[in-house]
Design a protein around this ligand. Sequence first.
Ligand SMILES: Nc1ncnc2c1ncn2[C@@H]1O[C@H](COP(=O)(O)OP(=O)(O)OP(=O)(O)O)[C@@H](O)[C@H]1O
Ligand SMILES: [Mg+2]
Length: 370
Amino acid sequence: MSSYSFMQKTRSFMRFNRLRDLVSDSMAIDMGSASTIIAVRGRGIVVDEPSVVAVNKITGEVVAIGREAQEMLGREARDVALIAPLVDGVVADFERTQQMLDYFVRKARSGFSQFSRRAIMSVLSGVTQVEQRALLAAAEHAHIGRVYMVEEGLAAAIGAGIRVDDPHAAAVVDIGASTTNVAVVARGTIIQSHAERIGSFDIDMAIIDRLRRYRGLIIGEPTAERLKIELGSAIEPKDPERRLNVRGRDVQTGRPGAIDVTASEIYIVTQAIVRKIADEVRTSLAELQPEVAADIYDRGIILTGGGALLEGMAQYLQKETQLVTRIADEPRYAIVRGLAQLFDEPLLLRRVTRNEPFPLLGAQPSPMES
Ligand SMILES: Nc1ncnc2c1ncn2[C@@H]1O[C@H](COP(=O)(O)OP(=O)(O)OP(=O)(O)O)[C@@H](O)[C@H]1O
Ligand SMILES: [Mg+2]
């Protein structure tokens, strides 16, 4: 082959790739146990929906996914079951995870693109090979060409504004619905990361339990979440008598009922959960190398994830850890923003992916990338 025709071939291949860039989307995907968030390069956040699937119990057929399914929660028809296919941040129901991701990725695609050339997904530190493969297979089902897996802690740190060339260590605590991940990063790498199965959803569960046992009323999950968001606080509530009237089913009579719930009652159960979260943060940040500990002493902790939005959370953790604590901007989007930023740093992306960037669907690497 003459070098001339080789050049021509390379050029036309590159033109093809550029064309493919135009008709395909690069996606950043944070699939959490409570919500799935997708950002597309150049278009920002395009999907932010609950990670739930509504299924017909008799036929097994999917009735609705995401927000549409969530709206049925607590009021689903007799033959409809709501499934959260991710539990504690990992795939628990493979088939439903596949269907859900496929649906969200379709939604995220711009009108004319048929497939997504690449996606960066976050994975919890400590997931097993089996769990990671399940995610990869789900991505393949959603017609994504290549999947890069990046640890959640690093993505959260980048998304919270920690520069990847920053030599000093930083601590990022992501409080999700069902997991709390404490990561220490420096120079774009994870020094240490630990995830525990406790999160904001545990507060909802504790509220349901409390009202059933002490007030004789069974409330649904959406009501419990509303009580947490509107009355809940990690520190002594400013106005303990502030109240909300909630309805549910009376334990004794089985009939519909209503009670007033005060902020101080919600505080009783919230306290127990946030204390466990603080314990985890404290133990994870103990026994660090002296230089790392010194950096974190200077810089403090950055909070990400929806759990960071609980009233008083930063203040509480600051008191418990004796470290300055701040909340990242839009903490629920920190991970996906961090992932999306990696598209602009190809070298770093290669370094930080947990997997060999899997060429799925036989997609070819472009000369620009290799
Ligand atoms: N304003 C708020 N106040 C208190 N809690 C909130 C608020 N907004 C969201 N949350 C809680 O944050 C949680 C969702 O956070 P996030 O979206 O980070 O979870 P996730 O990433 O899906 O879960 P995980 O990371 O554990 O898999 C929910 O439990 C929700 O109730
Ligand atoms: Mg999360």
